[in-house]
Ligand binder design. Structure first.
Ligand code: 13P
Ligand code: SF4
Length: 363
């Protein structure tokens, strides 16, 4: 790489970090409600959902009351692939998506006739922010010989420019499939997930340079120290974590794959390198086990997330209620863009339906 392109790259990385910082400054955590108020709000939401034929789809990283409400009211809690699938298949008139913006957009693209609402449209993702369509499209144009595979954590415009969309639960399988067909890949935006897939499959992959601010904080050194305190513990990690963390993990997988592995593994102690929101489901499904959050950079000024996504945390019962009552925070995707983005999304869902997806573990 020449001096000028290296400087350009450093400049764009610095500006991505600045933009992420600005979004982070606006990501305010909602007020915690007293128990009685929370229960009352939940029953009001339940009633509204019944009257309006609405269903709630929540990600594992959202607060536990949203996850419980989704499940108790005929909605769904899951990873980003399953959320997209459920949203497409359910017969509701209104889909409420508790998660981050790209999840709402995927739901809208796959269900153009449903009204898709979110508790907040401000909930974004550092990967989405750091992959703006203009720069991404030029990157693709420069490497026109490569199949473009993008992570679901991207805007509708980036998806529309891709050949395949994948989530962390299916990325390895899709890349293996493309590799068997002799295709070279352009991967965006998560560099850690991309590097993990490249290392595992040996595929020819050119990587975009962006990271998840939550997973990037996990430290291999801290996990090793923890393993000396809990020598019989298993380590489960999401593949958005850095390579050194994935190297010591017993199982690497999506949120659902982590939950399944925790149930199946014989270990009583489990160190988890992903967002803490997942502990609610982990504990529900494996009540006898002890779950320990993997250490991050620490609770000081350098810790941007401390193992909890600040954007997932913006989803609250209060905001959900207001959005459903007033039908505000509607997710809209321009129809031509939605049609283009639908193709790689459908390709992923069809591929998922054909293949049997398991946990990619090293245990
Ligand atoms: P999953 O697809 O595993 O749910 O991950 C989504 C995500 O944003 C992880 O940070
Ligand atoms: Fe994005 Fe990371 Fe938050 Fe997931 S946890 S939504 S990848 S910032």
């Amino acid at each position: 790489m020449g001096d000028s392109s290296l400087t350009e790259k450093m400049d764009s990385l610095a500006s991505d970090q600045e933009v992420v910082r600005r979004y982070l400054d606006r990501a305010e955590a909602p007020e915690q409600l007293p128990e009685a108020e929370r229960r009352q709000l939940e029953s009001q939401i339940r009633e509204l959902m019944r009257v309006k034929n609405a269903r709630l789809v929540a990600h594992y990283y959202t607060e536990s009351s949203l996850q419980d409400l989704a499940e108790d009211s005929g909605g769904f809690v899951g990873d980003s692939l399953e959320m997209a699938r459920f949203g497409r298949d359910c017969d509701a008139d209104i889909l409420m998506v508790a998660g981050v913006r790209f999840m709402g957009e995927s739901a809208k693209i796959l269900s153009p006739d449903k009204l898709v609402l979110m508790p907040t449209l401000e909930a974004t993702c550092s990967l989405d922010i750091a992959c703006p369509i203009e720069r991404f499209a030029s990157f693709c144009d420069e490497h026109g010989d490569r199949t473009v595979v993008v992570y679901a954590n991207t805007s509708a415009a980036v998806k529309a420019r891709s050949d395949w969309v994948v989530t962390s639960s299916i990325a390895l399988d899709v890349v293996e499939h493309l590799m068997e067909r002799g295709e070279k890949i352009l991967w965006a935006p998560d560099k850690h997930l991309g590097a993990y897939i490249r290392k595992t499959t040996g595929a020819d992959m050119l990587l975009w340079d962006a990271a998840c601010i939550v997973h990037e904080e996990f430290k291999a050194r801290g996990i090793e120290d923890m393993l000396s305190m809990y020598p019989a513990a298993a380590v489960l990690a999401h593949p958005e974590s850095p390579d050194a963390v994935l190297e010591i993990a017993d199982v690497v997988g999506s949120t659902t794959q982590i939950i399944n592995a925790a149930k199946q593994l014989p270990n009583q102690d489990i160190i988890v390198a992903t967002d803490q929101g997942i502990f609610h489901k982990l504990q529900q499904l494996s009540p006898g086990k002890r779950f320990i959050i993997a250490p991050t950079a620490g609770n000081d000024a350098t810790c941007k997330s401390c193992a909890h996504c600040p954007w997932m945390a913006m989803n609250s019962l209060q905001a959900l209620y207001a959005s459903l009552l007033n039908e505000t925070n509607e997710v809209e995707v321009e129809s031509e863009l939605a049609e283009q983005a639908m193709l790689p999304l459908k390709r992923m869902l069809e591929f998922a339906e054909k293949s049997k997806l398991g946990v990619k573990g090293k245990a």
